[in-house]
Design a protein around this ligand. Structure first.
Ligand SMILES: Cc1cc2nc3c(=O)[nH]c(=O)nc-3n(C[C@H](O)[C@H](O)[C@H](O)COP(=O)(O)OP(=O)(O)OC[C@H]3O[C@@H](n4cnc5c(N)ncnc54)[C@H](O)[C@@H]3O)c2cc1C
Length: 494
């Protein structure tokens, strides 16, 4: 174990304090390694953080997790955080012919029973008849991209009206070229076994959870996950330094030299937000280069790619996708007409819709019981996401654009007088769904990194978007002989 002064030398330095970086740091610190996390923002959590709107602590990024992988629930259990299922209301789709509940038996919008009444309500008889051909079509060659697969087996109506809105809402991506295995683990294998896509969906759903229950949240908000992880890192002896952007990574004599760009040029700042956690080893040293035996990169691909390229002298090239802009607009409104949850837990907007700019709306107080209790009578939290096409609207468009979209989507008049508070948050490049044509290159990255001892990569840059994938990956990414998280328990794929 390295015994240098703790402001310059560490066993493990983790770049990025999102959920992935915090998990890597927790594994490292818990196994007795001196561990430092460097975070560019002013608090840890990355896409899983809170903000306050109308005095409510609300998730500003991720607000749920898919339960198809067991890892997030296992992590919540380890951190003693209560998992909460969404209220049993359906989610809806808003397509050109109007709003309709998302059919009950679907997976990423792919129906298990194309002729079911709730599916026909969205795709009509012609769409259902085309989709039913799935059972008759020969297996043929299976396209790896989700969009191509759905179009080939079920036709373009299912793709446009069901799958595209769900995928846009969840991954901010077009289904064309999307890596099916990354977004729907096990679907391709089930297709190979049963011979039809609808049959594969039926198989994966088993006896079938009701609509909407394929996700869960944490009672109190997903932000509690990052908060609890950060506290656990600090309690295990790790250090988290915020306002510390890593700008370079290079080989040093016996490890890695990490260049840190202070928040204020010329003056480094120490960890601020995490100082509230019990017993932190935080400090305000003017650190610019930090030495570490091992460096773990846990930042999105756009930032990770140049760091890795430089650290490996160009030998390892991390695939990246075009940066995705997403804007989350949160409205807190007082409106009794919303008490009935007119569109269930919210709506996903089909890409060809022209009278609404948002791509999804979550009626958060109709989805999460804990939030409805906190908000109180007739007060509602609406979360709209923007980023259809290539650009997001300007800040000056809000809150009016969000009020107008929410009114149209929910079928309830909403104006400034009902608005209690509003907030917007922008994300750039954090959502990067894995593409089918990148799979081979991404699978090669861990193999290539083995040639650079002490260098590791985890999180969305390698695992793709979504907490299930990110937690599964960060729990097991090799970091020297640091044990995986919850070894022997439920973090692996089932
Ligand atoms: C708006 C939104 C909604 C989402 N909703 C869901 C959802 O409901 N369910 C779900 O499963 N997933 C959701 N996701 C995706 C999920 O949140 C992410 O895939 C996951 O949190 C990524 O975790 P990460 O640790 O890999 O990266 P991030 O959360 O991106 O964390 C990376 C961290 O690194 C820091 N950083 C970046 N560059 C540097 C640098 N040079 N030096 C130091 N630090 C740096 C960043 O500030 C950040 O804190 C959502 C994402 C967004 C943006």
């Amino acid at each position: 174990m390295r015994m240098t002064g703790y402001d310059t030398g560490y066993d493990v330095v983790v770049v990025g304090a999102g959920v992935a970086g915090l998990i890597a740091a927790l594994r490292s610190a818990s196994s007795g390694r001196t561990t430092l996390v460097l975070e560019a923002a002013d608090e840890p959590g990355g896409c899983v953080r809170f903000h306050r709107v109308a005095d409510l602590e609300l998730d500003r990024g991720a607000e749920s997790f898919a339960t198809v992988r067991p890892a997030v629930a296992a992590l919540a259990a380890q951190l003693a955080l209560p998992v909460e299922a969404p209220l049993g209301r359906a989610a809806w789709i808003y397509h050109r012919a109007g709003p309709a509940p998302i059919p009950a038996a679907t997976l990423l919008g792919i129906p298990a029973h194309p002729a079911a009444a709730d599916v026909r309500r969205v795709i009509g008889w012609p769409g259902a008849a085309r989709a039913a051909l799935d059972r008759l079509l020969p297996r043929g060659r299976t396209p790896q991209g989700l969009g191509e697969l759905v179009r080939a087996r079920l036709g373009s109506r299912v793709l446009r009206r069901l799958v595209a809105p769900v995928v846009a809402g969840v991954y901010s991506a077009d289904p064309a070229g999307l890596d099916t295995e990354a977004v729907a683990p096990g679907l391709l294998r089930a297709l190979g076994e049963v011979g039809s896509l609808t049959g594969a969906v039926q198989r994966l759903r088993g006896s079938g959870p009701p609509a909407g229950s394929a996700v869960a949240g944490i009672s109190g908000g997903m932000g509690l996950l990052s908060r609890a992880l950060a506290v656990a890192v600090v309690e295990a002896g790790g250090e988290i330094r915020c306002d510390a952007r890593v700008s370079g990574l290079s080989r040093a004599a016996d490890g890695w030299a990490v260049a840190v760009q202070p928040a204020t040029p010329g003056r480094a700042r120490g960890a601020s937000a995490i100082a509230k956690a019990p017993g932190p080893r935080t400090a305000s040293y003017p650190v610019e280069t930090i030495l570490a035996d091992r460096a773990v990169i846990a930042i999105p691909a756009a930032g990770a790619a140049p760091l890795i390229a430089r650290a490996t002298d160009g030998a390892v090239t991390l695939p990246t996708t075009a940066a995705t802009e997403v804007l989350i607009a949160t409205l807190v409104v007082d409106e009794p007409l919303l008490d009935e949850a007119p569109r269930g837990t919210g709506l996903l907007v089909a890409p060809d819709v022209t009278d609404v700019a948002a791509k999804a709306l979550t009626h958060a107080t109709a989805k999460w019981a804990y939030l409805a209790r906190r908000a109180g009578a007739h007060r509602h939290v609406l979360r709209l996401s923007y980023g259809r096409g290539s650009a997001t609207p300007a800040d000056s468009d809000f809150p009016d654009l969000a009020l107008r979209d929410a009114a149209r989507l929910l079928g309830v008049p909403l104006a400034r007088r009902q608005l209690v508070d509003a907030a917007t948050v922008r994300y750039s490049g954090q959502l990067a769904a894995r593409r089918a044509d990148q799979r081979a290159a991404l699978e090669e990255i861990p193999v290539q990194l083995q040639r650079f001892p002490g260098l590791a990569l985890c999180g969305s840059a390698i695992a793709g978007t979504g907490l299930g994938a990110v937690v599964t990956n960060a729990a097991a990414t090799p970091i020297g002989d640091v044990p995986p998280l919850g070894a022997g328990s439920n973090y692996d794929e089932q």
